[in-house]
Design a protein around this ligand. Sequence first.
Ligand SMILES: Cc1cc2nc3c(=O)[nH]c(=O)nc-3n(C[C@H](O)[C@H](O)[C@H](O)COP(=O)(O)O)c2cc1C
Length: 177
Amino acid sequence: MSTFLEICKKRQSCRGFSEKPVEHDKLVQCVEAGRLTHSGCNSQPWSFIVVESPEIVGQIAQYAQQLKQNAWLNTTKAFVIILEEHAVLNPVLSCFIDSQYFAKGDLGSASAYVCLEAAAQGLGSCIIGLYDRKKICELLNIPIEKQFGSVIALGYPLDDTIRTKNRKAFEDIVRFV
Ligand SMILES: Cc1cc2nc3c(=O)[nH]c(=O)nc-3n(C[C@H](O)[C@H](O)[C@H](O)COP(=O)(O)O)c2cc1C
């Protein structure tokens, strides 16, 4: 049993997946972790689409290859797409702020939960920043105006060597008072 910090260290962006298909139940566990994420006013401004059909996975991989560096997406075995939904905030707060004020942060957290659960399940994951949102919407019958929280590529890592994390030094970014 890994500690949470061990899973945080194990999670890394995976840019190449093996041929092994991902079990449906593991994908269910990943989105269950996303569903359990905290959110502003518990508004849960998300919904999840799990893409596991190989043909559709292949098409999304094409629509997400706007950067040449993302050619490895062809090896993806599943995608989790997190959509931004309308947030209903506490009425007191909604007098001051827009309903979607917390949504981006909430969606980022949900994306992290999905990726961390994937790591706990022995899967690799990579959040993809650039993709043709409109084409993905057409393909999956998503209303064209819908905003995406994230597109997450998943599969078993081709290489599961844990890389050294390139991070700002602890003492440069943390202050205890
Ligand atoms: C919003 C977001 C978009 C990203 N887009 C891409 C991408 O398009 N292609 C890619 O290879 N990695 C992408 N990444 C992965 C980051 O490059 C990676 O998280 C970062 O370099 C830290 O490395 P690590 O995830 O291995 O710890 C993205 C990450 C985030 C959070």
